[in-house]
Design a protein around this ligand. Structure first.
Ligand SMILES: NC(=O)c1ccc[n+]([C@@H]2O[C@H](COP(=O)([O-])OP(=O)(O)OC[C@H]3O[C@@H](n4cnc5c(N)ncnc54)[C@H](OP(=O)(O)O)[C@@H]3O)[C@@H](O)[C@H]2O)c1
Length: 321
């Protein structure tokens, strides 16, 4: 099958298109014919091999799995031993292994049925980013209707879902992004948008019940000052150039948490079909819609990665095999 192949860590030029064997589904796994694959930040981390300590998990000298890509949407071709939830012909979306390819294997527990009302490209843009946003707001943030939430990094993959889900939950949503993406964030349902290039989003605003920190380099102590006395900080991303395994801010938040009345939490997103199904319900009833920046063919995956690396993506990029 045709697939993107990565044999070294480095810039987007390490990605090429070639031929590899079609993977075989093991017990509890499903073989999916990929119709579209989403590009997520984790796949960029694996391309770069950063933070370096993560190579213990990705592979020391080169990626353990030569075909990159996690998010996918497609059609079930065959199912492995013990699979009960899916059958050949089912249209699914979720998280697989090596989704930048014509075929990919995914665990049954990381897939759900794609709503008929949305296309494969839309569905492929959802899994990792949508799960992270949903879990930051609900599982960690316990966001309730009427509460005030600040989403720092509202224009990116995770942020565009966070704005929409928070709006759907009835919260007052303030999104933070750069000048060129203000309209996007407002269109997604933000009540207020702060341009971080002209104003400090943590200064001069009413306190927030929840801050979801996806982008930027704000310090935990400054984030805390913008919270209500019993507010919650959900740290999704550290952005500390890979120091302390790339989770320095998360560790500081967790270490401080027992000593302060606020709830300081790090988020480690969970890839599970229960939360994917919650997202499928929101997609089906139109409560959320993927913000798709561009769709690239498999042969242009290096350009897609470059666009993500340059910070130009508005929402999500999708790859079609
Ligand atoms: N914890 C987990 O389990 C988990 C899961 C998934 C992803 N993540 C992490 O979440 C992050 C988001 O990933 P992504 O690919 O969706 O987004 P991304 O491409 O990393 O986007 C970063 C966001 O931060 C904003 N931003 C940049 N500089 C800023 C600043 N100085 N102040 C405030 N905001 C700023 C950007 O706004 P503009 O684009 O408008 O400049 C953009 O909205 C990544 O670091 C990823 O590793 C964590």
């Amino acid at each position: 099958m045709r697939a993107v192949i990565q044999r070294a860590y480095g810039d987007p030029d390490v990605l090429s298109v070639g031929e590899v064997d079609v993977p075989a589904p093991g017990p509890g796994e499903v073989l999916v014919q990929v119709r579209a694959a989403g590009l997520d930040r984790g796949t960029w981390h694996i391309m770069r091999g950063k933070p370096s300590a993560a190579r213990l998990a990705f592979g020391l000298r080169r990626p353990r799995h030569p075909v990159p890509g996690l998010d996918l949407a497609g059609v079930v071709l065959t199912v492995g031993e013990g699979v009960t939830r899916f059958a050949p012909g089912d249209e699914v979306f979720g998280i697989g292994r090596g989704s930048f390819a014509s075929f990919s294997v995914a665990k049954e527990s990381k897939l759900t049925i794609k709503p008929a009302s949305i296309g494969f490209e839309q569905a492929a843009a959802v899994p990792v980013s949508g799960l992270t946003a949903l879990q930051a707001l609900t599982n960690v943030g316990c966001l309730a209707s009427g509460q005030r939430v600040l989403i720092i990094g509202a224009s990116c993959g995770v942020g565009t879902y966070a704005v929409q889900i928070a709006h759907h939950l009835g919260a007052h949503v303030t999104g933070v992004c750069s000048t060129g993406k203000i309209e996007l964030v407002r269109d997604l349902g933000a009540d207020e948008v702060i341009d971080y290039t002209v104003a400090d989003p943590l200064v001069g605003t009413a306190p927030y019940d929840l801050i979801v920190n996806i982008g930027g380099t704000a310090r935990v102590r400054d984030l805390r000052r913008a919270l209500t006395p019993r507010g919650t900080l959900a740290v999704v991303s550290a952005n500390d150039n890979g120091r302390i395994l790339g989770i320095g801010k998360q560790l500081r938040a967790v270490a401080l948490n027992p000593f302060v009345p606020q709830r300081l939490r790090m988020l480690v997103s969970s890839e599970n079909s229960t939360d994917l199904q919650r997202l499928a319900t929101l997609l089906a009833d139109g409560s959320i819609r993927p913000a798709i920046d561009r769709v690239y063919p498999l042969t242009d995956v290096a350009s897609a990665m470059q666009r993500l690396e340059d910070g130009l993506v508005r929402g999500k990029v999708v790859i079609t095999p």
